[in-house]
Design a protein around this ligand. Structure first.
Ligand SMILES: Nc1ncnc2c1ncn2[C@@H]1O[C@H](COP(=O)(O)OP(=O)(O)OP(=O)(O)O)[C@@H](O)[C@H]1O
Length: 316
């Protein structure tokens, strides 16, 4: 769906994007993570032919960009940096104007297309109100409606939840999951780990212009081979396990033990058979944050792990 090789953008001596090999596959919800200033927007703009690459190649929907933009862009829905709209006009009129200005899409079916797009983003009831009366979340959804006018095969979204409150973020998330379930491939940039962890199945991490991670979320957060045990009898458990060669207690924090053991089921049986009460026993998994920190290392502008609500009110 999107494939780049050696994609690079220089601004003077700054390599804003540095030899990036993106691989976004059909059916992905791909999260493109990176701190502010890491080069996400520049990459997204290059994918859409809005900024020319210094070097490297780009394929979108199997066609070279920007050369094939006239055939590719009508099949791609895009939302970049706070969608612009005429404030005094209604959402519906804004969409109709965008539809008329965009490539493809006949005039005869415009009304239906606009109505369908408004319906999809949950703005059908307020489509006739002027945009100046819309909340930030409604404006963001209007931007998404514009991206949906052509029933895109691929959605490219730059920080789609920036500036939204938790409710707005959830609405966008549900909308994207719904579109994905209908077959749309989604590529979205974000600086929020939690957002990507909740929504995406494939992740790329940009660190100062370089793609330092690209993998399935499930592979990045795979089990560590350790088991987390919650027990009201931690001392008993530690004493028991000290005599078991294949088990090693690697961490103890109150009633929580982290045990290196090859088989959680066998470990559980061992503990219970000896009278240790087990409240919970789960495979320890690496968090996406751990995976990102391991790849970016110290001194990097780390992507944020803060709750999305803390970002509410940021620039749209
Ligand atoms: N037109 C430009 N001229 C010079 N430098 C630029 C230009 N556009 C972007 N940059 C620089 O390139 C780097 C990457 O910027 P970019 O906007 O792509 O990052 P980003 O990850 O999208 O960050 P943000 O989330 O803040 O938008 C930054 O250091 C930025 O200052």
């Amino acid at each position: 769906m999107i494939r780049t090789t050696g994609l690079t953008k220089r601004y003077g001596s700054l390599r804003a994007v540095d030899s990036v090999d993106l691989d976004v596959r059909a059916g992905d919800i791909y999260g493109f993570l990176g701190a502010n200033g890491s080069g996400k927007t520049t990459t997204v703009r290059m994918l859409l032919g809005l900024v020319l690459a210094t070097s490297g190649t780009i394929e979108v929907l199997g066609e070279p960009m920007p050369r094939s933009r006239h055939s590719v862009l009508p099949r791609v829905g895009a939302l970049i940096e706070g969608p612009a709209a005429y404030r005094n006009l209604s959402g519906r009129t804004n969409l109709a104007m965008l539809d008329a200005a965009g490539p493809g899409g006949s005039r005869r079916t415009r009304r239906t297309r606009v109505s369908d797009a408004l319906e999809q983003v949950g703005l059908a009831g307020v489509g006739r109100r002027p945009v100046k009366n819309y909340s930030l979340g409604m404006r963001q959804r209007l931007g998404l409606a514009a991206a949906l006018l052509r029933t895109p095969e691929l959605l490219v979204l730059d920080e789609p939840t920036n500036g939204l409150d938790p409710q707005g973020i959830r609405e966008i998330r549900e909308l994207l999951l719904g579109l994905h379930a209908q077959g749309t491939t989604v590529f979205l940039s974000s600086h929020l780990l939690a957002e990507v962890e909740q929504l995406c199945d494939r992740v790329g991490v940009l660190d100062r212009g370089r793609l330092v991670v690209q993998d399935q979320l499930s592979a990045l957060t795979r089990p560590t081979g350790r088991v987390v045990v919650h027990t009201p009898d931690p001392s008993h458990a530690v004493a028991l396990l000290s005599g078991v060669t294949e088990a090693e207690v690697v961490d103890r924090d109150g009633q929580r033990l982290v045990v290196a053991h090859p088989d959680p089921a066998r470990l559980n049986a061992l503990l219970v058979a000896d009278g240790v009460r087990v409240r919970e026993l789960v495979d320890q998994r690496r968090s996406l944050e751990d995976a990102v920190l391991a790849a970016t290392g110290p001194g990097s502008d780390h992507v944020g792990a803060e709750a999305p609500s803390l970002r509410a009110g940021a620039a749209a």
